[in-house]
Design a protein around this ligand. Structure first.
Ligand code: TMP
Ligand code: ASP
Length: 257
């Protein structure tokens, strides 16, 4: 489908192609699924379609409350038109409940509510396994300015507040999530935009109506099975399944390209 376009970048779960006009890119969602820095890999049919649609929905809602982001519009099942940004090489993680690497690193039982939301920065470098870094590292090595950091913190907290409410309204607990940011330049000034994707690949989502069952990528990381079923349930709760292709609505995504 996209073979004639110039590929700008290929990541583990997405490909970026040149966009139709300057300052735009096309973000293509793959079915490829990885964990633990791609030491674990699979192709889960239909995942890209689900994440494209879920991320579109969330980015559109965030835009409507003033959280500026790179999303312009969805083009088809697997692709969306986005603004080209200069990605800030950080993964910004926000946590409400202890889980995953924080539970392990600090010896906190998974599922324990945190006294307040905690934001962490990881340096985006697969060769180094995305190490946890502090604001001191970020400014000393010029990955972002103090103003960029302030903007990222403020936007991440707004995303957290909004998503916590959105998901709790449909019986889902937002445990934690990861976001990425990029800069766009206007004259000599840069502005920070939310970028990348927000989907069950990048969030921990627990079903509060069903024993905190996991509806996110931990199903893959922890070999729980039913990964696509979990993502489909998230889309269903958000009310966006009715617009999904029938192969996915039927619960067995296959042959969706
Ligand atoms: P962690 O507990 O493994 O550090 O993950 C925290 C959150 O960030 C969780 O919602 C999953 C998400 N995440 C990513 O989106 N990409 C990553 O590379 C990692 C490690 C985590
Ligand atoms: N880091 C991502 C995850 O586990 C994917 C990967 O590491 O390959 O969510």
């Amino acid at each position: 489908m996209s073979s004639r376009r110039k590929k700008i970048y290929e990541g583990k779960a997405k490909i970026l192609f040149e966009g139709p006009e300057p300052g735009t890119l096309i973000q293509y969602f793959k079915d490829d699924t990885t964990a633990f820095n791609a030491t674990k890999k699979a192709v889960l049919e239909g995942k890209g379609v689900l994440n494209n649609r879920i991320s579109e929905y969330i980015m559109t809602r965030l835009n409507s409350i003033g959280v500026q982001n790179h999303f312009i519009r969805r083009l088809n099942l697997r692709e969306q038109l986005i603004k080209e940004v200069e990605i800030i090489p950080l993964e910004v993680v926000c946590r409400n409940i202890a889980a995953g690497s924080m539970a392990e690193r600090l010896g906190i039982p998974e599922g324990q509510a945190l006294p307040r939301s905690i934001i962490e920065f990881y340096f985006k470098d697969d060769k180094l396994n995305d190490p946890l870094v502090t604001e001191e590292h970020i400014t000393a090595f010029n990955w972002a300015s103090t103003q960029d950091i302030d903007d990222m913190l403020a936007m991440t907290l707004r995303v957290n507040d909004f998503l916590t409410g959105l998901f709790s309204g449909v019986g889902i607990t937002l445990v934690d999530f990861k976001v990425e940011f990029g800069r766009v330049w206007e004259n000599d000034f840069s502005k920070v935009l939310l970028a990348d994707e927000i989907s069950p690949d990048s969030c921990r989502l627990w079903d509060s109506t069903n024993n905190n069952e996991k509806l996110d990528k931990d199903r893959f990381r922890r070999d729980l099975g039913g990964v696509i079923e979990g993502y489909t349930e998230v889309a269903r709760r958000l009310g966006i399944m009715k617009e999904m292709p029938t192969v996915i609505q039927g619960g067995i995504p296959s042959g969706v390209h």
